[in-house]
Write a protein that binds this ligand. Structure first.
Ligand code: FNR
Length: 363
């Protein structure tokens, strides 16, 4: 059951504290070092003011968008988040049922705690029960220590009917000290690769001269990936306009402007701050997604007005899952969508494409 006090996405975060053990809470919430990037992800939204336009008709408006040949009821996706099993026994199976219920695309992490095929099967069963289609399910890819291992992850995702590949490139040099509890594992990658991920750069290790530099992907791996698949490829974790241009030139179909929720390099720019520069660099037609700090419908309006085609939400999935399982995630998505729709109407936009700089105030 969802406590009636929970009205906003933020409320799930407050409630979740009581449902999650200390070390896991820290793993989920943490940024890095001083948490400058984590804080900037929020403050960059709060620092933008909306400039509502009045008396415009929003009759017959809607929040839908088309991306990669599929219709999305709102420009909102579930960001890839590792190990949903850390906070709920049904793990990704609960999350994907919420995705079906709310017709929201889910990006499934390479490090998910349930098998891709099981996530797919659960989505299909829920879709059947609810008499609605399976929403887009995408793979989030972490390159594995060997291409053979990476190819195995891609194959499992293809077998599960995942429709696009979101290749994350910003987290290969990352400190992490979470010890996974018994029963929670990255079941879609082999043990060797799993060990490398879960023991990533423990605090005393150096980067140069370690195996991390040997195995971290480079631009050559984008060419390799492009040659292996006809599916859309989005590169996640780009903030430099020149990198976005290079990725598109190398055959990527979209960019996810992200600083990994402020979890990797502290002091780096927030995605929202740099977004207009990326839009200017890649032009109007390249799909740009953004994540980091999305907690309110008005955040979605701001991100779209500044050049994003859609946004993704990360931590709130785990907060909602911990508090109320599948219902919690569905409710969290519903709250964001309703707030977004209201804010669109309040700034005077009937369709997502109308959201642009004209609804923002800049001194
Ligand atoms: C993440 N993120 C992430 N990204 C990714 O590409 N693969 C992954 O497995 C994970 N895992 C993961 C675990 C946890 C606990 C967090 C908090 C984040 C990053 C995620 O996709 C997204 O970029 C951020 O979470 C967005 O920021 P917010 O919405 O959490 O503020």
């Amino acid at each position: 059951q969802i406590p009636t006090e929970i009205q906003h996405v933020r409320d799930y975060e407050v409630w979740a504290r009581d449902f999650i053990a200390d070390d896991i809470w820290h793993y989920i919430q943490s940024g890095s070092d001083q948490n400058l990037s984590l804080a900037a992800n929020r403050s960059s939204f709060d620092d933008i003011a909306l400039l509502p336009r009045v008396l415009r008709s929003v009759h017959q408006g809607h929040t839908g968008v088309d991306m990669f040949g599929r219709f999305h009821r709102a420009p909102l996706l579930l960001a890839p988040v590792a190990y949903h099993g850390l906070v709920h026994p049904e793990a990704e199976l609960a999350t994907v049922q919420a995705a079906v219920a709310l017709q929201t695309a889910m990006v499934v992490s390479t490090l998910s705690s349930r098998r891709f095929a099981d996530i797919r099967r659960t989505a299909e069963a829920a879709a059947h029960d609810l008499k609605r289609p399976v929403p887009p399910l995408w793979l989030q890819l972490y390159s594995q220590p060997t291409r053979k291992q990476t190819a195995a992850v891609l194959q499992a995702a293809a077998d599960a009917g995942f429709e696009a590949i979101m290749w994350t490139v910003d987290a290969h040099y990352k400190r992490s000290s979470l010890n996974l509890p018994a029963g929670v594992n990255a079941v879609n990658v082999d043990m060797d690769a799993q060990h490398k991920h879960t023991s990533q750069l423990l605090d005393e290790r150096l980067v140069f001269g370690s195996s991390f530099t040997e195995h971290a992907p480079t631009w050559e791996d984008l060419a390799w990936l492009r040659a292996r698949t006809d599916k859309p490829i989005l590169v996640k974790g780009i903030v430099a306009p020149a990198d976005a241009v290079q990725a598109i030139a190398a055959g990527a179909n979209g960019i996810v402007v992200s600083n990994h929720g402020g979890r990797v390099l502290d002091g780096m720019v927030s995605p929202l701050t740099v977004l207009p520069h990326l839009r200017a660099a890649v032009g109007a037609d390249v799909p740009l997604l953004l994540d980091g700090g999305i907690r309110w419908g008005t955040d979605m309006v701001k991100a779209l007005a500044m050049g994003a085609d859609a946004v993704m939400v990360g931590r709130p999935q785990l907060h909602a899952l911990a508090v109320a399982g599948m219902l919690g995630v569905a409710h969290m998505l519903h709250v964001l969508r309703v707030e977004f729709e209201l804010a669109m109407a309040q700034v005077g936009c009937a369709h997502v494409q109308e959201l642009d700089e004209s609804v923002l105030f800049r001194a």
